[in-house]
Design a binder for this molecule. Structure first.
Ligand code: ZN
Length: 187
């Protein structure tokens, strides 16, 4: 799914922590946003593989959440939120399409790389592809809770993520032609 959807879902996950323990709201939200973004930094390398660890993030998150519950400090809460968000990010990607230039053509079936099994997990396509109307709907639904709960910079981030999601969805199907022009493939 597209990055704004990941960020908004991550922020949604952080809201219960922020409401229950306001002192840890900052680290929880910051950690969740960071954890939502980091996996997709591999877009410049082997996307959905180099920084996507569907099993690794989940295991590390379970441990980090346990530690944060016993020792609830800013760093432990931030780390736990980040790892949970990273695990959810990888899970969400497996419900979407494949990372290809025209994912609606379904030429490959690779959602996210499973480092434990040493193979790609197939794309379930509950959300057809990144930037599809279904992806935008998921982003908008995920925006509701953090938009209501948070104020200040986190609420501005929600607004920015929604704006990017709307623009990206509007342009998504035109992007391949732009890439073709840049790379000189199919003008
Ligand atoms: Zn991803």
């Amino acid at each position: 799914m597209m990055l704004p959807t990941h960020v908004l879902v991550g922020m949604t996950l952080a809201t219960p922590v922020a409401v229950a323990v306001p002192d840890l709201a900052g680290p929880a939200v910051g950690g969740a946003v960071l954890g939502s973004v980091v996996p997709d930094l591999d877009v410049v390398g082997r996307h959905r593989r180099t920084l996507h660890f569907p099993t690794g993030y989940a295991l590390a998150a379970a441990i980090a959440v346990g530690v944060a519950l016993v020792v609830p400090t800013g760093p432990t809460a931030g780390l736990a939120a980040g790892l949970v968000a990273g695990a959810v990010h990888c899970r969400m990607d497996s419900y979407g399409g494949s990372p290809e230039l025209r994912p609606w053509k379904r030429t490959v079936d690779r959602a996210v790389y499973d480092h434990v099994r040493g193979r790609w997990r197939p794309a379930r396509r509950w959300v057809r592809y990144d930037g599809s109307p279904g992806d935008l709907l998921a982003a908008l639904v995920a925006a509701v809770l953090p938009a209501v709960v948070f104020e200040g910079p986190p609420r501005l981030l929600v607004a920015a993520a929604v704006a990017v999601a709307v623009v990206y969805t509007a342009l998504r199907r035109r992007l391949p032609a732009l890439v073709d022009v840049v790379t000189g493939d199919e003008v």
